[in-house]
Design a protein. Sequence first.
Length: 127
Amino acid sequence: MYWFPPLESAQLVKRYKRFLADVITPAGKLLTIHCANTGAMTGCTTPGDTVWYSTSNNIKRKYPHSWELTQTQTGDWMCVNTHRANDLISQFIAENKIPELSDYDNISREVKYGDENSRIDLLLKKK
């Protein structure tokens, strides 16, 4: 999987104030990182879980590190950054890494759909 900027790992200490989390890097440095997910995140905020975070070079950011993924202590992976989830799934589909969806060759995002004219994340079509 391609990720830019590259991700670094740390151990989760705690998540708090919905948007923040404290982690400890392998070098022992305590970082406060931004969490874009405002949900409860049940099952992905257990202290000791592996957090994968990106680092922004934007000097205006108060918290330059962003929580992207969690790997639980049982080995399960979760995309925590809700802004990235559709990017990852689109990439996996395009690379045929989801066998059940390998027959689709056209991926469209944020397509208006249904009588309500709402939007769906991904629309898959066969040519």
